[in-house]
Design a protein around this ligand. Structure first.
Ligand SMILES: Cc1cc2nc3c(=O)[nH]c(=O)nc-3n(C[C@H](O)[C@H](O)[C@H](O)COP(=O)(O)OP(=O)(O)OC[C@H]3O[C@@H](n4cnc5c(N)ncnc54)[C@H](O)[C@@H]3O)c2cc1C
Length: 453
């Protein structure tokens, strides 16, 4: 380490990066927290933002505000693009696409995963994923625009297509989205339209397995299926979505039966994740093995083999089948911070031990699942527990209070008070008025294109 205070560079202000920085706040180190977004995002409630229940302000907190009272933590907005492990520097891209360099003595990689289209990147054009605030706002725009367009069409197949929503992936995010669209259609929008009946909206949920929420016990998963069916979600199991177009999807059964076509103008993708591009670059640069999704293999202390100064935490850490959940990211961030503190004190590092504190999933109003060891709760009790857990982990007291107030208001009146969506852009007033008029995405600047490819 250099003669000044050790410089810790944390890449990613998600759960892993946030908890690592918090734990180091009073340590004798200088921390730079680099993120491509200016805010910490509470991903578990993204679907509520996408479906108008919560605003982007409820589920995010500026990193500058979060760390304003700590002199040794400097948040920086920039996307890490290259690592030089010999010089111990990371080059980052500013939003204007110029670059800057950050030096480090210790590097914490907490950059998370992004949506994967399983080799079909072209699907992203028609089927947004669900990982960022941009995704949530885009999904909100697509869902609400679909109802608006349907309202202006005469009864017939075109209108039906706009009132059909397809969700790929029956994990927690797919289940939450599918349930929320039906709830929005049957509870919130019912009396607001004059021509269409929003409650007639069809929501199709596709999954390659034989049940939703495979990580939950079969009885809880069966309860979720029952609730979704009551809500009116049409579930199709044992199938893969093999094509996504402007006006529909192709679904291929795994048992060899013929493909099926479904007409729809709104497709949402939640079917897989992969490491963000910078993580792939780090693995290649360090010669570190990865799994198929790009998680980087780490040592028992979460450092990369041969690089005790580089830790990988959260979703990106590939070891012992660590789960891609917030709790693992938080514990991993705290663990890396503890290793740094031990290094400073000249004490040996300890191996990382993940403690599974359970899982929860929202199904519908008054209905959620909770699984903690052998304890399994569903229905109303599960819903209350789910709410308490999410409020406890939401970042920032202001966000907690305003989220509870908003939830109470929407419970009382079935309302969704954050349905505003954007149709234009500052430079072109009617840019991409609806996605059905999209041309192919504009080419990115050359150096950015090279990095992305
Ligand atoms: C829709 C959804 C719902 C979920 N629901 C639950 C749930 O109910 N319970 C649960 O436990 N878990 C849930 N998860 C999973 C949980 O959110 C993740 O496991 C957790 O966020 C992982 O934390 P992380 O710190 O590894 O990464 P993230 O929280 O993803 O943070 C990564 C950060 O790195 C930044 N970043 C990425 N690339 C770069 C770069 N090149 N340069 C700079 N910054 C970069 C990103 O902007 C981001 O801020 C959900 C996830 C999603 C997407």
């Amino acid at each position: 380490m250099s003669s000044q205070r050790p410089r810790v560079l944390i890449i990613g202000g998600g759960f892993g990066g946030l908890f690592c920085a918090r734990r180091l706040a009073k340590a004798d180190v200088d921390i730079t927290l680099l993120d491509r977004s200016a805010d910490h995002l509470f991903q578990p409630l993204l679907y509520q933002c996408a479906t108008g229940k919560l605003s982007i302000g409820h589920i995010s907190r500026p990193l500058r505000e979060e760390f304003a009272r700590y002199d040794n933590i400097k948040p920086l907005l920039g996307e890490a693009i290259t690592l030089d492990p010999s010089a111990r520097t990371v080059t980052a891209l500013r939003p204007d696409e110029t670059t800057f360099v950050v030096e480090y003595d210790v590097l914490i990689l907490a950059a998370g995963m992004r949506q994967s289209y399983l080799g079909n990147e072209e699907f992203a054009h028609w089927a947004p994923g669900m990982k960022t605030l941009d995704d949530a706002l885009e999904i909100r725009q697509r869902i609400l625009t679909a109802f608006e367009i349907a309202e202006t069409l005469p009864p017939g197949p075109e209108r039906t297509d706009w009132l059909t929503f397809a969700v790929a992936g029956g994990g927690p995010t797919g289940v939450e989205l599918a349930g929320q669209i039906r709830e929005m259609a049957t509870r919130t929008l019912t009396n607001e339209f004059h021509s269409i009946q929003p409650q007639e909206a069809r929501v199709l949920l596709f999954d390659g397995g034989q049940r939703v929420l495979k990580k939950f016990a079969p009885d809880l998963s069966a309860k979720a299926t029952e609730t979704l069916a009551e809500l009116g979600v049409e579930m199709h199991f044992g199938v893969h979505v093999t094509d996504v177009r402007r006006d529909g999807v192709t679904v291929t059964p795994k048992n060899g039966a013929p493909d099926r076509q479904f007409s729809t103008r709104t497709v949402l993708w939640t079917a897989g994740v992969e490491a963000v591009p910078f993580a792939r670059h780090v693995a290649e640069t360090l010669g570190a093995p990865t799994d198929r999704a790009g998680r980087i293999q780490v040592e028992p202390d979460l450092s990369v083999a041969g690089h005790p100064e580089i830790f990988v935490v959260g979703d990106l850490a590939g070891r012992d089948k660590l789960p891609g959940v917030a709790e693992n990211a938080m514990q991993g961030g705290l663990h890396a911070a503890a290793c740094i503190r031990r290094d400073l004190a000249g004490r040996p590092r300890r191996p990382y031990r993940y403690r599974d504190l359970g899982s929860a999933a929202y199904i519908s109003h008054g209905n959620a699942l909770l699984q903690v060891g052998r304890i399994r709760v569903s229905g109303y009790l599960g819903w209350v527990a789910w709410g308490l857990i999410h409020i406890a982990f939401l970042t920032g007291v202001r966000n907690r209070i305003s989220t509870v107030a908003t939830w109470l208001a929407s419970i009382a009146r079935a309302g969704r008070y954050h349905r505003a969506f954007m149709l234009g852009a500052a430079d072109r007033p009617e840019q991409r008025y609806t996605y059905s008029t999209w041309d192919l995405p504009e080419p990115a600047p050359p150096h950015y294109r090279a990095y992305r490819s």
